[in-house]
Design a protein. Structure first.
Length: 87
């Protein structure tokens, strides 16, 4: 079995707990979202890929920031876009 490790974990930054409950990019568009993801490089919060606009993934593609975490209630995971791994 091959176990792949994420080499981007050293880019994770700690951000204080936040009270963001909206995707600000969707709000600007007058649209809705499903769940929220926070970039662990810069703290940007965007909507998940189940949302129509997929702002978290668009943020990754624009910035190259590799790791995000879910900030939706009841979800606890971290994902590396580059390595396609849950951390």
């Amino acid at each position: 079995m091959i176990v792949k490790n994420c080499i981007h974990e050293n880019r994770i930054k700690k951000f204080p707990p936040h009270d963001i409950t909206v995707c600000e990019d969707c709000i600007k568009m007058g649209d809705s979202w499903v769940n929220l993801r926070q970039c662990l490089t810069c703290g940007h919060v965007g909507c998940c890929d189940d949302s129509k606009n997929k702002h978290a993934t668009k943020h990754y593609k624009k910035t190259g920031h590799p790791i995000m975490k879910s900030v939706s209630p009841g979800e606890e995971f971290t994902w590396c876009y580059v390595d396609k791994l849950y951390l």
